[in-house]
Design a protein around this ligand. Structure first.
Ligand code: 4AD
Ligand code: MG
Length: 474
């Protein structure tokens, strides 16, 4: 359908052509002389209006009342100009084949608009709605533009492991993966019996990996190893966090894009984040016009102008210290305290980007080292690290990144300070032993990007099958 309707003059160039359309019935209106059937095939927001008269092949399906919402059909017909005001062309039906029926008394998607909460309970059918159709296409375009941006700029895509023994962020938010090996060498789900040693500890010798293993929270440490050979690399894959994620910006399973740049510092990192975000936003503004217009009308009024400003204007940059000062001077009453050394809460982040800087993206840099991860490069002041967070309106933190500590002695003493086991980071430390270079990178939460780019309020609606506390269906 997009192939026809997306053409010059919305399909007028295709007049007279005979086409076959396969899709799902959105509505069917039987009138005295003709029947109007609206078909959607997911290729675009628009339906194809098909006009059927009683002499067309397959008209008995209309008469039997089977062409209800959700039914799958094949329709062959000729492109003709439409009398209606909503579209320039329509299909004059020659032949209709009903492929799969849809019982109207039980099909859960009805014409009246359903709430997002309800649609989450039917995540297998919600892609057939306008909103989820549009979100899915824009998500797809953002993924394509992501690869395009990095590939055009000489980055190599790396797949980082999903199962790992290391905790990149050190925040203890990992899901444990454990499978026991029985004596016969077969694996067994451990839920029933976790073997313990005589002292009562878990006996990891009977585990598949021989030690605690987890779903990855970030591919960064692995990306650093490849950046130390390829210079510029990126990952784009699923990551997992077992944090209490009952908010509109947290998922237990989300996709992260993590570029890692060798021979680079924090300024290069911020420049890369800015260029990347501007590129993908520009890409969807140019290539997803119909869906973006839909969001602009139905989801977030003015989103197109907001996104245009992202592409056209520089991002604001300020240090963490300046951000704290700005918050302390503001007249707004915050729920959480503002004090140098404390992490910024989402209310603070939103104030900075939405109120203080009128909706422009803001990059905050040089955070206190105590509130950031072990791998970030210490600044000369001894108190802060070369970290940066990119904040955007509505979503808050979209990107978190840093220059990495490339000096072996600094990194080792930081691991000691944090009482982290140096032995388990032996391979990561090796990168600082053999040809260490200054390097930097960032992680962008892909679903937060989808939220930002579509205006969709809840992150659970930015991914096909959301995982959150108590919900892992579908
Ligand atoms: O700030 P974070 O924790 O940074 C890292 O993981 C670094 N290792 C990245 C790097 O430098 N390579 O996470 C990065 C981004 C956040 O800014 C946020 O957009 C997203 O990942 N994110 C989440 N998105 C959805 N649900 C969650 N629970 C998320 N946690 C983080
Ligand atoms: Mg962060």
């Amino acid at each position: 359908i997009a192939d026809v309707k997306g053409g010059p003059d919305e399909g007028v160039d295709r007049l007279g052509e005979v086409l076959v359309v396969r899709g799902w019935v959105r509505t069917c209106r039987v009138q005295s002389t003709v029947t109007f059937i609206e078909i959607n095939d997911g290729s675009c927001l628009s339906n194809m209006q098909c006009v059927m008269s009683s002499d067309a092949e397959g008209y008995d399906q209309v008469e039997s009342g089977f062409l209800t919402t959700g039914t799958s059909v094949l329709i062959e017909g000729t492109v003709v100009s439409s009398q209606g005001s909503k579209q320039k062309v329509e299909l004059k039906v020659a032949r209709l084949i009903l492929i799969g029926k849809s019982d109207p008394s039980t099909y859960p998607i009805q014409k009246k608009r359903a709430t997002r909460e309800f649609l989450r309970t039917i995540a297998h059918l919600r892609p057939r709605t306008n909103t989820f159709g549009a979100v899915t296409r824009v998500r797809n375009a953002l993924a394509y533009a992501t690869h395009k941006f990095f590939q055009e700029n000489g980055f190599v895509w790396i797949s980082s492991p999903i199962i790992t023994a290391s905790d990149c962020e050190g925040a203890g938010e990992q899901f444990c993966v454990t499978t026991l090996i029985s004596n016969a060498g077969e694996s067994d789900c451990p839920l029933n019996s976790i073997p313990t040693t005589e002292e009562g500890n878990v006996d990891w010798s009977q585990d598949f990996f021989g030690k605690p293993a987890f779903l990855t929270v970030s591919g960064q440490l692995n990306a650093e190893t490849y950046a130390s050979a390829f210079s510029d690399v990126y990952t784009f894959g699923p990551t997992f966090r077992a944090e209490n994620s009952n908010t509109s910006r947290h998922l237990a399973e989300f996709w992260m894009i993590e570029p890692e740049l060798a021979f680079a510092d924090l300024n290069d990192d911020m420049a890369c984040a800015t260029a990347y975000l501007q590129y993908v936003v520009k890409y969807i503004l140019e290539n997803c016009k119909e869906d973006m217009d839909f969001f602009n009308t139905w989801i977030e009024k003015g989103i197109i102008n907001r996104l245009k400003a992202v592409v056209e204007k520089d991002f604001i940059q300020l240090t963490y210290s300046d951000a704290v000062e700005l918050l302390l001077k503001s007249k707004k009453k915050f729920e959480f305290p503002v004090k140098w050394g404390l992490d910024l809460q989402s209310e603070h982040e939103r104030y900075i980007t939405e109120i203080a800087f009128g909706g422009r993206p803001v990059i905050i840099r040089d955070y206190p080292k105590e509130i950031k991860a072990f791998y970030m490069r210490q600044n000369d002041d001894g108190k802060t690290v070369s970290a940066m967070d990119l904040l955007v309106p509505r979503v808050g933190e979209l990107i978190g990144g840093s220059q990495r500590e490339e000096r072996l002695d600094y990194l080792e003493s930081r691991l000691d300070e944090l009482k982290l086991n140096k032995d388990s980071y032996w391979w990561y430390l090796d990168l600082r032993r053999f040809g260490s270079v200054p390097h930097a990178g960032f992680g962008l939460g892909f679903e937060r990007l989808v939220q930002f780019a579509t205006g969709i309020e809840n992150i659970r609606d930015a991914i096909p099958f959301p995982r959150s506390p108590g919900s892992a269906d579908f």
